[in-house]
Design a protein around this ligand. Structure first.
Ligand SMILES: *Cc1c(COP(=O)(O)O)cnc(C)c1O
Length: 478
């Protein structure tokens, strides 16, 4: 088929795709959270190979719709409370489709002047929200993991000479996201160069243990160089004591990185911004727009207090890029991070913010926090349930404890079954996590379309699962 004819068919199919998808999204809440791929469906896909001769586009399209996209876990469902659910707005989706269609090469200003201007403006705006000075900067990256990796590289290069790498020590908490340890491994640090500081009753880093660990390492002639604080941990939404960590970092000349992949979006809320105070004192910050700023995946930022630190770590000037550089001393996005070719990830966020405004975004943050507090109130009403970590930035952890002394292992098993039961029912999705060695149920309630009724119904569902009924029955007869 000629390309132009094929393009026409693409246009027709895409129109169908867009209208049917919008329709699906508009009715999603009445359907199940999980649409599992049947074994047959996966086996069928597995049997397919890459054909020598192309197939009719319509068939391929239909197959993709029915077999691939239709069988996913709907993290974007309003009763998906597992992980950090996808809150992606159709506005972001629209920006994504438009950006992908034009496919700008967002590496440098010559290639995509308007897209890069927008990226710079968003970075400025986000640095402003973080309270960073005017030398600050950053860039959009694919996710919090890469944002952390980028910041950790800058931290290493700012604080250690190459000869000192093997003595370098970095401090995380027992609640720090796994991507930090992964990133440290990638940039050359071994496990024994990472000190895991215990967290307190609210799962925030214990500052006195941190201080003692730093002093001990200095006395042992090691070279402490960075503390990784969290602003909204993935497990519990906890925020580490940022002002105190900043003071220690200043005292011992350490880089302070804040992993705000989840929680930094609370900077948009008048009510919750104060929970993050001290963030402005950090050297770098990770912030996922694909978590609480309603973006589709692949949209995150890394911000640094002094942009020249990123240039120091990442700048390279090969001969084949000279014509694409605005001027001999211009700083391009390729100078700030590991990527050269990169999509214009900022455009969908720009489109979303332009269409919504920050007031609406602020309401969504407040709404997510309020729903976790509502869940907490409802759970606390039953003596059979315990709150393990109270509502913090839209996340709550709790568990069924029954009215009888069951063994810890028995309780773990029961809570695992409760999570499995509600998720398999399709009504809502809840996963377990582990806190203080116990299996707990974790809910992250940040989806903008989740209603109070959804929370009432979900908690009622949990309390009425067969697992709970059976265990209370055995408790009574025992
Ligand atoms: C999600 C998360 C990450 C990882 O971000 P990705 O976008 O999944 O790579 C890192 N840190 C925290 C605190 C997170 O919640």
């Amino acid at each position: 088929m000629k390309t132009k004819e094929q393009n026409k068919e693409v246009g027709i199919l895409m129109k169908d795709f867009i209208s049917s998808t919008v329709d699906f999204y508009n009715h999603m809440e009445s359907g199940p959270v999980f649409r599992p791929a049947g074994k047959e469906c996966l086996a069928g896909l597995n049997d397919q190979s890459i054909p020598h001769k192309g197939r009719p586009l319509k068939d391929v399209y239909k197959e993709m719709l029915e077999k691939v996209y239709a069988s996913t876990l709907l993290g974007q469902h309003p009763r998906s409370f597992a992980c950090v659910p996808s809150t992606a707005s159709l506005l972001s989706w629209m920006g994504d489709i438009m950006t992908n269609a034009w496919n700008p090469h967002a590496s440098c200003t010559v290639n995509a002047p308007a897209a890069n201007l927008i990226e710079k403006k968003l970075i400025r705006w986000m640095c402003g929200l973080a309270g960073f000075p005017k030398e600050s900067g950053g860039l959009f990256v694919s996710g919090g993991s890469i944002a952390n990796l980028t910041a950790l590289t800058a931290a290493r290069d700012a604080k250690l000479s190459h000869e000192e790498y093997s003595k370098g020590m970095v401090y995380v908490s027992d609640q720090t996201h796994s991507s930090v340890v992964k990133g440290l491994h990638i940039i050359g640090f071994s496990k024994d160069q990472i000190r895991v500081i215990p967290s307190d009753a609210l799962f925030a880093m214990d500052i006195s243990v941190l201080k003692a660990a730093i002093i001990k390492d200095i006395n042992a002639h090691k070279k402490p160089f960075a503390v990784i604080a969290s602003a909204g941990t993935t497990n519990t939404g906890s925020v580490d004591p940022l002002p105190q960590i900043a003071a220690l970092c200043r005292e011992y000349d350490l880089w302070m990185h804040v992993d705000g992949a989840y929680g930094a979006s609370a900077l948009l809320s008048d009510q919750y911004r104060k929970n993050l105070s001290g963030i402005s004192l950090s050297d770098s910050l990770s912030w996922d727009a694909h978590k609480w700023l309603l973006q589709t995946y692949g949209c995150s930022v890394v911000l640094v207090r002094d942009q020249s630190c990123l240039v120091h770590s990442f700048s390279a000037h090969p001969e084949y890029l000279k014509d694409a550089q605005s001027s001999a001393d211009s700083v391009e996005f390729w100078d700030l991070g590991p990527e050269l070719t990169r999509p214009a990830r900022s455009l969908k966020l720009w489109l979303t913010l332009q269409a919504m405004g920050t007031d609406a975004m602020e309401k969504i943050i407040d709404h997510g926090c309020a729903l976790a507090q509502l869940a907490q109130r409802l759970i606390s009403q039953s003596p059979d349930w315990e709150i393990v970590s109270p509502a913090q930035l839209g996340i709550i952890n709790f568990r069924y404890i029954s009215h009888r002394q069951l063994s810890p292992r028995e309780l773990d098993r029961i809570n695992q079954n409760i999570a499995r039961e509600i998720t398999q029912s399709g009504f809502a999705q809840i996963f377990t996590t582990e806190l203080c060695g116990k299996k707990v149920l974790r809910m992250c309630t940040i989806h903008p379309e989740t209603t109070e009724q959804d929370i009432y119904d979900t908690i009622r569902f949990l309390k009425n699962t067969d697992t709970v009924k059976e265990s209370s029955l055995t408790a009574r007869t025992a």
